[in-house]
Design a protein. Structure first.
Length: 435
């Protein structure tokens, strides 16, 4: 066994120019040259001030971090850490020298998303569509809806009542109010009584415990309204108290129920799945090209609309995103009731008409069978591009997360096309890949 020379070491990992050390054929490097970074710098510069505030981070850095986060399915904290460790990430974001420190704090991404808003994220998504050129301009699109789940716990009446009580006690402690009772020990025992409410012999006891929790929450709300200063009640906590009272009064079969205190806009959707009959979040419409499988339109709906009523909005977004309206939209039977929307023909799977020729029958059958290609696209968006659970706040967070997931899908398609062009299989020529 040879003796190891422990004194030998590599004096330098990277030279003065980072870009000279990296593989020029790497798909991520190719993508960094294709993205029009100057367009984002001009569009987002209006959100910054020259004279006031701390020095800002480069716009290309922030946009690049947002794209990498969604493309690699990372959190805000992880993408910042991976950027420090990965030279290709740094080159993608415009660095020419290897950086040994974090580019920014992870909360800077939150502030940047708030600063550019939904309109800025729309520009990033439109870039991902335009990047594919003529392939994104197909006349026929496939449309389907899915549930964009929110990061909330499974809602129950007892859980909401306990959260309200804890919040009210916290408000009283913050303002130094001496409460008659905090009900902490009683709430703990009531929580145990509700645990087995499905059991036949314990159901009555659980109902009494739930009623008592609602009574306790009402007592605490009335006490805080009496003891808090009037200006504090009306300026700071009036909306919260109204929300709490609405939650405590709602019944099992009421409409427009509140399912989460921190996400009150969330609504319930019955999906009919055995393993998950109900999902809580927002409905999302997704449109892809019939042949290229590129996502050309996405919309997050703030209300639980019937599928056929979501068509005008998604078709309008398709026209805005790529600059051309769709001539045909192929949908499933959930969109029954619409044959044409704003000049776009809606094709649904149904029995052929007597006047249809054999060619027309075969064409409609192939179009409806091809529509199923959007189902795995939705599956990949959820499993690979952070659409399975949305961690961003509010309805605007639903729009932003959906747009960035669709943008990541389009960029991944572009990266795969470049990869197979540079490294074609042995039985496929470069000419076949171009076609």
């Amino acid at each position: 066994m040879l003796k190891q020379n422990s004194s030998a070491h590599q004096p330098n990992l990277f030279g003065t120019d980072l870009l000279m050390q990296l593989d020029a054929n790497d798909p991520l490097r190719k993508l960094s040259f294709a993205i029009p970074w100057h367009y984002f710098e001009q569009a987002f510069s209006v959100h910054y001030s020259v004279a006031t505030g701390a020095p800002s981070k480069p716009i290309r850095l922030m946009v690049g971090l947002l794209v990498l986060k969604q493309l690699e399915n990372l959190s805000d904290e992880t993408v910042v850490l991976q950027w420090k460790r990965n030279p290709y990430y740094q080159a993608f974001c415009g660095m020419t020298e290897f950086q040994c420190r974090l580019p920014c704090h992870s909360t800077e991404l939150v502030h940047f998303r708030k600063r550019i808003g939904k309109e800025g994220i729309e520009k990033i998504f439109q870039m991902s569509v335009v990047l594919h050129g003529e392939q994104a301009l197909e006349d026929t699109v496939n449309i389907d809806t899915t549930v964009h789940e929110k990061n909330i716990t499974y809602p129950t009446d007892s859980k909401l009542a306990i959260k309200i009580i804890n919040r009210l006690n916290k408000i009283a402690k913050t303002h130094g109010i001496a409460q008659r009772r905090t009900y902490v020990r009683e709430v703990k025992s009531l929580r145990l009584d509700i645990r087995h409410y499905r059991h036949v012999k314990k159901r009555a006891k659980a109902k009494r415990a739930l009623k008592r929790l609602r009574t306790i929450a009402g007592v605490l709300i009335r006490e805080l309204r009496r003891k808090l200063p009037q200006h504090c009640v009306f300026e700071c906590y009036q909306q919260d108290f109204l929300l709490y009272e609405r939650v405590l009064k709602q019944k099992t079969h009421d409409k427009n129920k509140i399912y989460s205190l921190h996400e009150p806009q969330v609504y319930c959707m019955a999906k009919g799945k055995d393993h998950k009959p109900y999902e809580y979040g927002s409905k999302a419409s997704i449109a892809s090209t019939a042949q290229g499988n590129l996502i050309v339109g996405v919309v997050s709906h703030e209300q639980n609309l019937h599928d056929s009523h979501t068509l005008p909005e998604i078709l309008r977004h398709i026209e805005v995103s790529r600059g051309r309206a769709a001539k045909q939209a192929v949908c499933d039977r959930g969109y029954l009731g619409k044959s044409s929307v704003n000049g776009t023909q809606i094709i649904l799977p149904k029995k052929a008409l007597k006047k249809d020729t054999r060619y027309r029958k075969d064409k409609k059958r192939k179009q409806c069978r091809r529509r199923a290609a959007i189902e795995p696209i939705i599956g990949h968006l959820k499993s690979d591009y952070r659409l399975a659970r949305n961690y961003l706040k509010g309805a605007i967070g639903d729009h932003i997360n959906l747009l960035m997931a669709a943008c990541a899908w389009n960029l991944k398609k572009w990266l795969l096309a470049i990869f197979w062009f540079l490294f074609p299989p042995e039985n496929v020529t470069v000419t076949d890949v171009k076609q």
